[in-house]
Ligand binder design. Structure first.
Ligand SMILES: [Zn+2]
Length: 381
């Protein structure tokens, strides 16, 4: 199994509903893994065969591919990540300094210090330090390229269309019926003003045979989301193999201690940051907000998290999927390891990073990044 990035170029505006109610006009601004999984299965069945085929079973049943959420990106085949919920930026001018805003920084170390020492963090740390701005900082949510040396954000633009109702008898505009629909624009303007297709990317792991089948499917027209009969939702997909991410817990721990500015108690610190929503359950399958890494000697020190209701529709069943209470993408857990087996820890963390956590991972849930470099980046980006 090798890591691959799946890229989607929007060829038409996209409408991806957040929940089952078709009366709501909003759209998600990314392509969820569950939507991608459904589109792949539907395209396969339309163009190549059916669920009894060996290829179908290889992709979806026996060793199912975890179809990732495809998040907005500026480039094909480029890594793209949600910003952790521990990241803050100025209330007035939020964003990266490179993009002319007041800067983005991570507060996980501050939160950890406050938790470990029992004292609240220095208040001045919660103000913007850009050129005497001094405004408060707030959680800064969004998607970025994951590169601390050259950070930039990635977002979509939305299209709004206004509609009036038509009276059935008179065939003229019906009084009092006016509504708007929202979709993700299939074009974005680059900095030089040129329009290019909106791109979405996500990372997964594939065997060579799975990559070959996906490449076959990617050669066909693929549609995602709602409004497909009205010309919405066409995407062009591509696949790129990338390198295995390296996790160096010792180096991350050193930088984290350096970043915290106070002496943290002994142990090896590491973080687990959610790249997608996660559905975590306990022994009785009740939704919980705790990660069980099954590593002896690892304890949770701090967490920054948000809950999210996860809904969905299973087209094959013609029924709603069970509603779950999940942990939102960007949530961060900080752990301290005080066991003796560092090699075992490294092995276990590499596995968590590769396989993810929680339920419904084939639909993109529970994807994580271990020891994210943003948490130990000292500079304001
Ligand atoms: Zn500011």
């Amino acid at each position: 199994m090798k890591p691959h990035i799946i890229s989607a170029e929007a060829l038409a505006p996209l409408v991806v509903k957040e929940d089952r109610q078709s009366s709501k006009s909003g759209t998600l601004t990314y392509i969820p893994g569950s939507t991608l999984l459904g589109a792949m299965a539907a395209t396969y069945c339309r163009s190549f065969g059916g669920p009894a085929d060996a290829k179908f079973r290889d992709l979806f049943i026996e060793n199912p591919v975890c179809f990732p959420d495809l998040l907005p990106s500026q480039e094909l085949g480029a890594e793209t990540k949600p910003l952790p919920l521990s990241v803050v930026s100025c209330k007035r001018e939020p964003g990266f300094r490179k993009e002319g805003r007041h800067g983005v920084r991570d507060t996980l170390a501050l939160t950890a210090v406050a938790r470990v020492t029992g004292k609240p963090a220095n208040q001045s740390a919660w103000n913007c330090d850009h050129d005497g701005c001094k405004n408060e900082v707030k959680t800064f949510e969004g998607v970025w390229n994951g590169d601390c040396t050259d950070p930039h954000s990635a977002a979509t633009s939305e299209l709004y269309r206004r509609h009036t109702g038509i009276d059935r008898l008179t065939r003229t505009v019906a009084q009092g019926i006016f509504y708007t629909t929202q979709s993700v624009n299939n074009f974005v303007r680059k900095s030089d003003g040129q329009p290019v297709n909106q791109i979405f990317c996500g990372q997964t792991r594939l065997s060579p045979s799975q990559a070959a089948v996906l490449n076959e499917i990617f050669g066909r027209p693929v549609f995602v989301g709602a409004g497909r009969t009205r010309g919405f939702g066409e995407i062009r997909l591509s696949l790129k193999e990338v390198d295995e991410p390296a996790i160096d817990v010792n180096a991350w721990d050193r930088k984290f201690r350096d970043h915290a500015l106070v002496d943290l108690p002994n142990g090896l610190y590491f973080s687990v940051t959610l790249r997608s929503h996660a559905i975590l359950v306990d022994y009785f399958l009740r939704n919980v907000a705790d990660i069980d890494l099954q590593i002896d000697g690892a304890e949770e020190v701090a967490r920054v998290l948000k809950a999210v209701a996860i809904k969905g529709w299973n087209w094959a069943w013609g029924m709603a999927k069970p509603e779950e209470l999940g942990v939102a993408r960007g949530s961060v857990f900080l752990f301290r390891y005080r066991g003796g087996g560092q090699e075992e820890l490294a092995r276990r963390l590499a596995r968590v990073s590769a396989e993810g956590i929680g339920l419904r991972r084939q639909e993109g849930f529970g994807s994580v990044s271990v020891c994210d470099p943003l948490h130990v980046c000292k500079e304001v980006l």
